[in-house]
Design a protein around this ligand. Structure first.
Ligand SMILES: Nc1nc2c(ncn2[C@@H]2O[C@H](COP(=O)(O)OP(=O)(O)OP(=O)(O)O)[C@@H](O)[C@H]2O)c(=O)[nH]1
Ligand SMILES: [Mg+2]
Length: 268
């Protein structure tokens, strides 16, 4: 309710007159609504993306996204990264693709898996690694992960088994592994699906310590509502976006401008 005072000193209880949205605001609203982004988030983005005179829509949206969300890619950084997520979201492929990306840019890469409950998990990573001319290390439990040697100059990517985020015992087991690994947990999320479901899942992994997330399946999903809902609700940072099954392709460093281009479905 608008409680601004008027000239007689009493409080004016009239609601503010709704301003008519401009053509530009309507066009942006329509583009964002097509992604299934919830209305309050659209309103916020449209408000922050009010274009300066002569400014392109993509530039204005880039400004709004940069103001609202964090972008913090892994790139080729040295360090230990522990990839976590629900079953089948693309963790193993993400590990392999990010390894290929970093190795192609000269970074030493170590590949580790603790997904030893199924032989298939190990073999899948081993096959990807062989394509890259790398071996893999198998560390099936907290003790083995904890006993791994450190290598300050390498990017060490650790694959894990998918967990049911609603299972307290699976969550606790994953947290134990992540702690033992002395690694930053990175959430892997598949694009598409219901925004509320995605946020609930992401919330569980945020509580395990994930501060950034990698998005998979951008090649086969058109709507980014569920992806946008995660930083909006949880404040965690966009890292990379993945959009191909081939190892050497489709690693996108998320940034406000590339995300704006995707949201407006324009080619960059
Ligand atoms: N088109 C496309 N397919 C993907 C992408 N990421 C993963 N996939 C496919 O999704 C399936 C599952 O990928 P995995 O990497 O095995 O998923 P995961 O999370 O490791 O699975 P679990 O270890 O069983 O939990 C595979 O068929 C992948 O090829 C992507 O970005 N685009
Ligand atoms: Mg896997």
């Amino acid at each position: 309710m608008n409680r601004s005072s008027n000239t007689s000193g009493t409080v004016d209880r009239q609601p503010p007159a709704a301003s008519t949205p401009s053509v530009e605001e309507l066009a942006l609203e329509t583009a964002l609504a097509a992604h299934g982004i919830p209305t309050p988030q659209i309103r916020k983005l449209v408000r922050l993306a009010a274009p300066q005179p002569g400014e392109e829509r993509a530039i204005a949206l880039t400004r709004a996204l940069a103001q609202l969300y964090l972008f913090n890619p892994l790139g080729t950084a040295a360090g230990r990264f522990f990839f976590v997520g629900a079953p089948g979201v693309g963790k193993t492929l993400a590990v392999a693709k990010l390894a290929a990306h970093a190795a192609a840019r000269g970074r030493a890469v170590r590949l580790v898996t603790c997904d030893t409950s199924r032989g298939a998990g190990i073999e899948q990573l081993r096959r990807f690694a062989a394509t890259l001319g790398l071996g893999i290390e198998v560390a099936g439990d907290a003790a083995a992960l904890g006993a791994q040697s450190a290598s300050a100059d390498a990017m060490t990517l650790i694959d894990s088994a998918g967990i049911n985020p609603y299972s307290p015992s699976e969550r606790a087991a994953l947290e134990t592994l992540a702690t033992a690994a002395r690694a930053e947990p990175i959430l892997v999320l598949a694009a598409g699906g219901d925004p509320a479901d995605t946020v609930e899942t992401a919330h569980v992994f945020r509580d395990i310590g994930c501060q950034r997330f990698v998005v998979t399946r951008l090649d086969i999903v058109q709507r980014l509502g569920s992806v946008l809902a995660v930083p909006e609700a949880l404040g965690i940072a966009f890292a990379e976006g993945l959009s191909a099954t081939a190892l050497g392709q489709g690693v996108e460093t998320f940034a406000a401008d590339s995300l704006a281009a995707r949201l407006l479905r324009t080619k960059r």
